[in-house]
Design a protein around this ligand. Structure first.
Ligand SMILES: Nc1ncnc2c1ncn2[C@@H]1O[C@H](COP(=O)(O)OP(=O)(O)O)[C@@H](O)[C@H]1O
Ligand SMILES: [Mg+2]
Length: 333
């Protein structure tokens, strides 16, 4: 087969009332504009891949996923999933695709977890053997024995997501799609879901598509990453190459008790001063450690507090745009 998923020139737009004016004016005005949630996107995904869509909120990740599932109809372009139009094959595809939505429960709130699973077995007409094997696999890996008899509504978000993840694979789908699966989960649950997803891909060859705002999660599970911004894919890269180019960059905020004189250090990509006593440093950890930076600063001023942040998606997107711009400028030379 020519790609498990193929999207060509795929777009989804919305007509929305034009901005400006008060609420009433906007509601009753006849003026609309078209906004693109996803704009002219082309990609293909092969069987067995583990692909992550990352990008800030509103980038278009969920819109793509909904088009893959046939929940939304494209406004332009085409998409096929396992060779078929997902809108027309929505029911058929449900047997072949597992879905985890972090924002929405697929389990029945009033039922116990075990009864929810029994219901799923009936709905998907899952043969006994298949059901038992998949359930045991998920139950053990996700360590969800203790919540088996709990009503779904009483589970903490992290535990509920464990159950949701297991529910998504009991019918043995060859494609698992996860949209913000670990948004509200605690760290142990997050780790288990990531590890489980990765193992499914490795051991069973299940194709994984995951959308998340949190880069780290996608980097851990996937081998390929598509970075989205404003409805477009701004970068499609292997995770290894992505990490090499953008990984290891940290932002360090330092609050001082006294002003810091200007200084330069190898490996410090940029520094910004807010007011007199707060500084933000961006560093490349291949060239300078956080410890060394703090050391150098403390030689020059008393430090009150240090906060370390991973590289932000917005900064990476910014860097890609700037680089693109540089390429264009150099083309003229
Ligand atoms: N029903 C709708 N009407 C108008 N705009 C929408 C609608 N649904 C989504 N959008 C817009 O489409 C864009 C992409 O949304 P979404 O795919 O949910 O982004 P993400 O999942 O990356 O956060 C956002 O700007 C959002 O406001
Ligand atoms: Mg989303």
């Amino acid at each position: 087969m020519d790609g498990l998923i193929r999207a060509e020139g795929l777009s989804r737009s919305y007509r929305v009332p034009k901005h400006g004016g008060g609420l009433l004016k906007r509601l009753f005005s006849a003026e609309f504009e078209t906004i693109f949630a996803v704009r002219d996107i082309t990609f293909s995904i092969e069987e067995g891949e583990a692909v992550g869509f990352i990008g800030p909120g509103g980038a278009g990740k969920s819109t793509i996923i909904k088009m893959l599932l046939g929940i939304l109809t494209p406004s332009a372009g085409s998409v096929t999933v396992m060779g078929n139009d997902p809108v027309r094959n929505r029911r058929d595809n449900a047997y072949k695709i597992g879905v985890v939505f972090g924002h929405r429960s697929q389990l029945w709130w009033d039922l116990r977890v075990c009864d929810s699973f029994k219901l799923l077995k009936r709905i998907y007409k899952i043969p006994d053997g298949v059901y038992r094997e998949n359930l045991e696999y998920a139950k053990e890996f996700l360590d969800m024995g203790s919540l088996w008899d709990e009503p779904v509504r009483e589970l903490r978000p992290g535990l509920r997501m464990l159950a949701e993840t297991a529910a998504a694979i009991v019918h043995g789908p060859k494609l698992l799609i996860l949209d913000e699966p670990v948004l509200e989960t605690d760290i142990p649950a997050k780790r288990r879901i990531c590890e489980f997803t990765k193992t499914l891909n490795r051991e069973r060859g299940t194709t994984i598509i995951m959308a998340a705002q949190e880069m780290k999660v996608v980097m851990e599970v996937c081998r390929r990453v598509m970075l989205m911004d404003l409805g477009s894919i701004v970068l499609d890269s292997s995770v290894a190459a992505f990490k090499q180019r953008f990984g290891g960059k940290h932002s360090i905020r330092v609050d001082l008790d006294a002003p810091l004189p200007e200084f330069t250090l190898d490996g410090v990509l940029s520094s910004h001063r807010f007011g007199g006593l707060t500084w933000d440093f961006k560093i490349n950890q291949d060239r300078i450690t956080i410890g060394r930076l703090i050391d150098e600063i403390s030689k020059r001023a008393e430090i009150a507090r240090v906060t370390v942040e991973e590289g932000r998606i917005e900064d990476i997107i910014h860097e890609i745009y700037i680089d693109g711009l540089n390429d264009e400028l150099y083309e003229d030379d």
